[in-house]
Design a protein around this ligand. Structure first.
Ligand SMILES: Nc1ncnc2c1ncn2[C@@H]1O[C@H](COP(=O)(O)OP(=O)(O)OP(=O)(O)O)[C@@H](O)[C@H]1O
Ligand SMILES: [Mg+2]
Length: 510
């Protein structure tokens, strides 16, 4: 084929070209260009072995034959194939005449393509065989010994180049993953006060903790409900800590804070170039939580479309990055939380019933603080100690009456309100006794009234909204919302203003 010096020069050129590649697609192209220059062939292919499926896949096929049977992405099993033989023996295999003898599963296909000879070479990196280089030609017969030696050297260079590119790509992937995780963790540290475990000894709280202990070690989805500040997030973290997943990430997604339009990329990630501005591939929260727990906070606020996508992920564990046709399998435990009434949200069409049932497998309700007053002194002392040491204050204590008032107060903001109140009291403390200003502890009756008015407003708002929905926001006329509600249209208009209700944009022209 060529002299020894020529061979060396050609090989050096191949090596240099291969080594300059940084991604697999570029590498495949260069492999074809280079081996075209150095060996005559009609068909060249590269397969890589996958241990997972115990088979080989064609990553490159370049042929000048009019008939093509084994194309790119074709998969060949290890058993019974020539590539399998080469993989097992770590040696070249040559079939000199496919028209006469076809030993392996691929050979019939190659013969159909019109090939006479097939040479399969192992792609070896030290003792590992990555796959094969396959060179087919119309000509039959054994190749020269020098040509074979040369081909083996080319195969060896290709193997090292593939190995480098794969390592390089993996490093990049890990680097991206780390950067994202790091970014997320910094965010997370800023967000969380970690008070450790859940404090309380009431029967109600103990029941909650018992449920957490039961579900913790499993991978079952949990749905935590409870008023604001009752400790839903704290409990979600406790469940994660009780699971074998505790060494993996606990990733929180605040569904209410997701940016519209970016929800999916946030949850499922995106490929580079998936949309304007997506200049890097990004891992979604699902992938970040792989092996760990994904905490979907304020789940009731998730947009309906996203709910549908989430449901699909929960059903088959497959995540599709935005802009990618390939799905990634993830193993994620879901814990959802909300202070909203999801059943009511299903009634008004704002929450999907099928998603609800998927999440409702293991519901845990955290009772409000006013229903477990025994926990108040414990929590108050716990927070007092915490803030005392955090703010480096000398020893402080509650006066007898203070604790009494704390226990009788109704705590609409629950544990968080108590925590904030104690922090404020510690900052303001002028002596060794904690005082709490009356203005912070509204008497229960005033509060109940405020609650009732709030509820009334909410009821009115819902009623008006339902009517507007039914009339497609038509206000005037006998079929309009005002008439249905028994209101003067101008009264309805001012009420809408007071309640902050606006006609949705897509109905603006009606
Ligand atoms: N049993 C408890 N023991 C100790 N700290 C608690 C307990 N319950 C709640 N907390 C603390 O109270 C604060 C509020 O809790 P958390 O954020 O978990 O509430 P939430 O139910 O998620 O509230 P929201 O509905 O407003 O999101 C946190 O700082 C949390 O550490
Ligand atoms: Mg919360």
């Amino acid at each position: 084929m060529r002299d020894i010096e020529g061979n060396y020069r050609a090989l050096l050129a191949v090596t240099n070209a291969l080594n300059s590649q940084r991604d697999t697609d570029g590498l495949w192209r260069v492999i074809i260009e280079q081996i075209k220059k150095v060996v005559p062939w009609e068909r060249a292919g590269v397969t890589l072995y996958s241990a997972e499926s115990d088979s080989f896949r064609f990553y490159v096929v370049e042929t000048s034959m009019p008939t093509r049977v084994l194309q790119r992405d074709a998969v060949i099993p290890r058993a019974g194939s020539a590539v399998g033989w080469v993989y097992e023996h770590r040696r070249v295999h040559v079939r000199p005449d496919l028209t006469r003898e076809r030993l392996f599963v691929e050979d019939d296909f190659f013969a159909q393509e019109g090939l006479g000879r097939m040479i399969n070479l192992p792609l070896l990196v030290h003792d590992t065989c990555l796959g094969t280089l396959n060179i087919g030609s119309v000509q039959t017969g054994y190749p020269d010994v020098e040509d074979m030696e040369f081909l083996e050297q080319v195969a060896s260079q290709i193997a090292f180049a593939i190995d480098h590119v794969q390592a390089y790509e993996q490093i990049n992937r890990l680097r991206e993953e780390l950067a994202r995780e790091n970014e997320y963790l910094v965010e997370e540290i800023k967000l969380t006060h970690n008070f450790g475990t859940m404090v309380g000894k009431s029967v109600a709280l103990r029941q909650v903790l018992m449920l957490a202990q039961a579900v913790g070690p499993t991978s079952t989805a949990a749905l935590i409900t409870g008023e604001t500040g009752t400790g839903k997030e704290l409990l979600a973290r406790a469940i994660h800590e009780l699971s074998p997943r505790r060494h993996k990430a606990f990733i929180r997604v605040n569904c209410a804070a997701l940016l519209i339009g970016l929800v999916e990329s946030e949850l499922f990630g995106h490929e580079r170039g998936a949309f304007t501005g997506a200049d890097q591939c990004r891992l979604g929260r699902f992938e970040l939580a792989n092996g760990g727990t994904l905490f979907l906070d304020e789940i009731s606020e998730m947009p309906l479309e996203t709910q549908a996508k989430l449901l699909r992920v929960l059903e088959d564990g497959q995540v599709d990055r935005v802009g990618s046709s390939q799905s990634n399998q993830v193993d994620v435990r879901i814990i959802a939380a909300t202070n909203a009434d999801l059943v009511a949200a299903i009634g008004t069409g704002r929450f999907r019933a099928d998603l609800f049932y998927r999440l409702h497998v293991f519901p845990i309700v955290i009772p409000p603080l006013r229903d477990r007053p025994e926990d108040i002194p414990l929590l108050a002392r716990h927070f007092l100690e915490y803030f005392q040491s955090k703010l480096k204050r000398p020893r402080l204590d509650f006066g007898a009456q203070v604790m009494d008032r704390l226990v009788r107060y109704t705590w609409p903001g629950n544990v968080r309100e108590l925590q904030n109140m104690i922090e404020r009291a510690v900052i303001l403390a002028r002596s060794s006794t904690i005082v709490i200003d009356d203005q912070f502890l509204m008497p229960p009756s005033a509060l109940a009234k405020a609650d009732a008015t709030d509820n009334l407003h909410e009821l009115e708002r819902l009623h008006i909204l339902q009517m507007l929905d039914r009339t497609m926001w038509r206000i005037y006329g006998p079929d309009g919302a005002a008439a249905q509600l028994g209101l003067n249209p101008s009264t309805l208009r001012s009420r809408l203003k007071r309640l902050g209700l606006k006609r949705p944009v897509h109905l603006a022209s009606i």
